[in-house]
Design a protein around this ligand. Structure first.
Ligand SMILES: *Cc1c(COP(=O)(O)O)cnc(C)c1O
Length: 413
């Protein structure tokens, strides 16, 4: 399951710019010698890295295949058509836009396609796992639209469906957004579709996190339900950093124009080629098995953390994501994250539905790409708990992490 070739050692870079080359090697070493538990991260394959580092990076290609504002696009047109074909077939969508530079750009384009400034939008509130683009005052979304937040049940951590329905009826939003940076359960897309239809709203699914699981068949697809699906290609999907938008043919032209020329300029053809490579990988039985293992690992990790005394939000997970309150181990999420970082365990803090303190957010996408399975998840939970409690000595824990990851190099060879 792990990727099997070393990335090209950057000989050219080392000769020309040793200072920068050393930084790259340092980061490669950091990724390989510490434990990557950030839920949004993964290790893309050497083939994806090769496409990213290719001369397609040189090509300017404003517009879409067959209708570019630059000459010489005949080859990159083939690459983009291939990426679009692979995406539509992988997700069973009528249309795919693969030019969005990031998940946030994809959401911006979705809003641009469907909304006008000042429109009302219903989305998961930021304290409950909504993304910055779901109405943060620090983001264009909060500045340009009137966001009404829905939440999760304080006790169960599950989306408060009654509240979603009530708020939709009261505020009659132009769009409803479902999707989160931290929600560990499957989202009930049929429910959101029903509410959107009842109040005449568009449904936007921001599936940045679970889209990779969807590709592998390990999570339900938002495609049959949402008017527009926004996604990233670099999380569980394991492609290059970037965004993607899926929709039906009736919105295809509006979505494409919302990306270019409305919110972006020239497409990044090297990234689009790398997206095509990732979609090709994601269509294989090996990737489907990978996504099942990602979820199996997250379930074991959640159960083991609960066993260690953490309060696991929603009592478990359906996805790659686990969020947990370490308070019963004696510290809040922020202190825990610092201790864990010192021991070489890299993860994020997150909001908690039941408390004002911060929790921990972990994901299993990266460690599963490395080939780790249930046994390693139990070991990680025990290590994590010892470090957070302060019973494991930091230097000793760092050695144990190194010992664990040494057996699972992300880029062997
Ligand atoms: C990751 C994420 C994004 C943004 O992706 P970027 O590529 O960082 O811009 C948007 N929405 C959700 C729900 C996400 O999880």
């Amino acid at each position: 399951m792990s990727v099997t070739h070393a990335p090209q050692t950057a000989d050219v870079l080392a000769r020309q710019d040793p200072e920068l080359a050393e930084i790259l090697l340092g980061e490669l070493d950091r990724q390989a010698s510490t434990l990557q538990l950030i839920a949004a991260e993964n290790f893309c394959s050497p083939a994806v890295l090769a496409a990213l580092g290719s001369p397609l990076a040189n090509k300017y290609a404003e517009g879409y295949p067959g209708a570019r504002h630059h000459g010489g696009c005949e080859i990159v047109d083939v690459a983009e058509r291939l990426a679009v074909e692979r995406a539509t077939s992988l997700f069973g969508a009528e249309h795919a836009n693969v030019q969005a530079h990031s998940g946030s750009s994809a959401v911006l384009a979705a809003y641009a396609a469907l909304l006008r400034p000042g429109d009302t939008v219903l989305a998961l509130g930021l304290p409950y796992g909504g993304h910055l683009t779901h109405g943060s005052p620090a983001n264009f979304s909060g500045r340009w639209f009137d966001f009404v937040p829905y939440g999760v049940d304080a006790e169960t951590g599950v989306i408060d469906h009654d509240q979603v329905r009530t708020l939709a009826r009261t505020h009659r939003p132009k769009a409803i957004v479902c999707g989160s940076i931290a929600y560990p359960r499957h989202i009930d897309y049929a429910f959101f579709r029903e509410v959107a239809d009842e109040v005449g709203a568009y449904l936007i699914a921001d599936a940045a996190h679970p889209i990779g699981l969807v590709a592998g068949g390990a999570a339900p697809s938002p495609v049959p339900y949402a008017d527009i699906v926004c996604a990233t290609t670099h999380k569980v999907l394991r492609g290059p950093r970037g965004g993607m938008i899926l929709c039906g043919s009736e919105l295809a032209e509006r979505v494409d124009r919302a990306v270019f020329p409305f919110t972006q300029g020239g497409a990044q053809m090297h990234t689009i080629a790398a997206k095509a490579v990732a979609f090709g990988e994601a269509a294989t039985p090996e990737f489907a098995a990978y996504t099942r293992q990602v979820v199996a690992n997250a379930r074991v990790l959640a159960a083991a953390l609960a066993e260690e005394g953490c309060v696991v939000t929603t009592g478990g997970t359906d996805t790659h994501l686990v969020t947990a309150d370490p308070a019963p181990l004696g510290v809040d999420g922020r202190t825990a994250r610092g201790r864990l970082a010192a021991a070489g365990m890299v993860l994020d803090c997150c909001a908690l539905p039941h408390a004002d303190s911060r929790g921990l957010r972990l994901g299993t996408a990266a460690v599963t790409t490395q080939g780790m399975a249930e046994k390693e998840m139990t070991r990680i939970a025990a290590l994590l708990a010892g470090v957070v409690r302060g019973t494991a000595e930091s230097a000793r824990a760092r050695e144990e992490v190194r010992d664990l990851v040494d057996g699972f190099p992300p880029y062997p060879g």
